[in-house]
Structure formats: C-alpha cells, structure tokens
Design a protein around this ligand. Structure first.
Ligand code: DOR
Ligand code: ZN
Length: 345
C-alpha cells in the first residue's frame, strides 16, 4: 500500500511548552492532528482551571492563522490540589483530565504527588464526577532499577488504585513494558493506555549504540526488545484500550546534548509519519486509524474528527534541527530518511 487516507487523528499525550519553544513546535502538531491532550508540567505547573484557560489561550495564539487545531487542557495534581478544583474541572469543557506525576519521576515533576494515599479523596471525587486520571507510571525510589520502575509502580501503586476506585477512568501514559500491556488488558474498561512512537520503534540498545545517544533518552526509558514487541502487538491489535499519545517532549538541543541531558524525544514534527512507518512494518496499516483517530476520542467522550489525513509513501530527509537560531530543537531521527509523508486531504 502506497497511500492511506484516515480520519484526522488526535494526539492524546503532548508537551508543547510555552514562549518561543511553543511557537516552534505547535504548527507541527496542528498540521496532522485535530486535537491534543496537553500536558501541564510547565514551570510552574498548570494546577488550576484558571491557569489552564490562560495556557490554552497562549497555545491558540501561537497557531497558524488558518488552523482549526484544538488543545485539550489538563491539570497537574499536587499535594495541595483541592476537591473544589476537581469539581471545577468536571464543570469546565476546556479541561479534560488531571495528570499524576509521582514527585521526582520526570521533567518538572518536583511538585508532583509524594504519597498516593494523600490524594485518595481527590481520586474519589474524580471517580464520582467522571474526570479522567492520567498517570506517569513509575516509582521514584532511586534505589529501584530504572528499567523496573514502571513494573514496580503497577504492582505497588496502580493495582491498589484500580481496586479502590474501579469506576475511575485512568490512562496509563506512555507504556513501556510487557507487564504494563498485560495490566491494561486485564483491567476493566475504565483503564486505557497511550503508546509513543519511540517505544514502538526502538529498544534500549538505541540509547547506547556506539556512544551515548541523548535524543533517544526519554522517561520512562526504552526497555528490552521483548517489551517493544509487546507494545507493538498491543498498538496493532485493534484493542480500543490502546491509543496514540506521542509524548513529544521538546527540549533545546543544548539541554539534550549535555552532561546531564533532559528526558524527552521530539517527535511532533512527523508523528503520523513515524506511526505509519511502524504500522506498515508490522503489516497492520489497517489498524492505524482506530489507534490514531478513534479510540482516544472515544475514551475521552469526544466526537471523532471529520477531516481526513492522507499518508503517502514518499521518502524525505528529516532536518537536523527545527526552531530558531540559538534555540534549536533536534528531532528524533534527525538527518535520517522517513518513508511516509502526511498531508491533509
Ligand atoms: O521523557 C519525558 N519527557 N518523559 C516525561 O514524562 C516528561 C517529558 C518532558 O516533559 O520533557
Ligand atoms: Zn509526557
């Protein structure tokens, strides 16, 4: 198959930042996606509906003039989040979920939640009001092996949450392990998951291929090949619990190529091209539309998009950087050839 037309997709997990970085990246997402669930881990984090509405305006102002792209906002859970804020979110059409960052798990997570039990009253309220909980699923105990942190989080924290709050709608974000796939498959219909392009394309060898490759470093970190294969099987299975979330996470090149490089892969520039590559390689292009365009919208109770996106087999070379001089962002697979190109229909 050399060309594929699908319903316009949604990115159910996206970082766009603010200021000049936002201006450099947002058009890349808007070119392909109808909507995106916007992560709230700014500095300082987006913790109130008021802040989310202001951030939404900043995103809308950074869009190309003719764009119809819609940012779907989220709030960052802290130890200080109140039940009143959960009620505000439930009543606000612009804010779609809360994001749980265990404190210290990843970029700008310092103000996240240190003790999951401390937010049980909030989870009870979210369960009652139908507000989804989006989860960065890694324990933060620095003594646990970094490759085991997702598995341990599921065993010690998430299992208890799903048992105590069976009607809470949960998205376990950016799955990286076989154990996470199995957990989501076995859980009830309120539990779903996103899968990134990098975790479908690469295993952990890619971070250390002939030297340290900082652009392949993200959190949760890439895992062994057996885990990549489990994610690929889940993404191409047609199971509506698994849907597209790029976790595209721009950082300036100098902060990635650094003695303490930031976590995050910049994939928004070619998100659908990367997923097309993955699904084509797996001989599962017929499953791409469900994964990219239907299952996420259905989970969030949003109408499916009506516009179309065309993916064509047409090789092109990824630029070595995007963004402004002095503010460059290196895309994942910079300088390499991608086989697919996306265009609106
Ligand atoms: O690699 C990551 N980058 N993982 C996250 O959880 C956060 C993200 C970011 O914001 O840079
Ligand atoms: Zn993320």
């Amino acid at each position: 198959m050399d060309s594929l037309t699908i319903t316009q997709p949604d990115d159910c997990h996206l970082h766009v930042r603010t200021g000049s970085v936002l201006k450099s990246v947002i058009a890349h997402t808007a070119r392909q996606f109808g909507r995106a669930i916007i992560m709230p881990n700014l500095k300082p984090p987006v913790t109130t509906v008021e802040q989310a509405l202001a951030y939404k305006q900043e995103i809308l102002s950074a869009l190309p003039a003719d764009s119809t792209f819609k940012p779907l906002m989220t709030l960052y859970l802290t130890g200080n989040t109140s039940v009143a804020e959960v009620e505000k979110v439930a009543a606000c059409d612009a804010v779609h979920a809360f994001k749980l960052y265990p404190a210290g798990a990843t970029t700008h997570s310092e103000q996240g939640v240190a003790d999951i039990k401390s937010i049980y009253p909030l989870l009870a309220s979210m369960e009652e009001l139908g507000v989804p909980l989006l989860v960065h699923g890694e324990v933060t105990d620095q003594a646990s092996d970094i490759f085991d942190r997702e598995k341990i989080f599921i065993e010690t924290i998430l299992s208890a949450v799903t048992q105590k709050f069976p009607c809470l709608r949960i998205v376990l974000e950016h799955l990286t392990t076989l154990e996470a796939v199995q957990f989501v498959e076995a859980a009830n219909a309120n539990v779903a998951a996103t899968i990134t392009p990098q975790h479908l394309l690469f295993n952990r060898n890619r971070i250390l291929a002939g030297g340290i490759r900082p652009h392949f470093y993200c959190l949760p970190i890439l895992k062994r090949e057996q885990h990549r294969l489990a994610l690929l099987a889940a993404a191409t299975s047609g199971n509506p619990k698994f849907f597209l979330g790029t976790d595209s996470a721009p950082h300036l090149t100098e902060l990635k190529e650094n003695s303490c490089g930031c976590a995050g892969c910049y994939t928004a520039y070619a998100a659908m091209e990367l997923y097309a590559e993955i699904f084509a390689q797996a001989d599962a292009l017929d499953k791409l539309e469900g994964f990219a365009s239907f299952f996420g919208a259905d989970f969030y109770g949003l109408p499916r998009n009506t516009a179309k996106l065309i993916l064509k087999k047409q090789p092109w070379t990824v630029p070595v950087h995007y963004g402004e001089p002095g503010q460059y962002i290196t895309p994942l697979l910079a300088g390499e050839t991608l086989r697919w190109q996306a265009a609106s229909a």
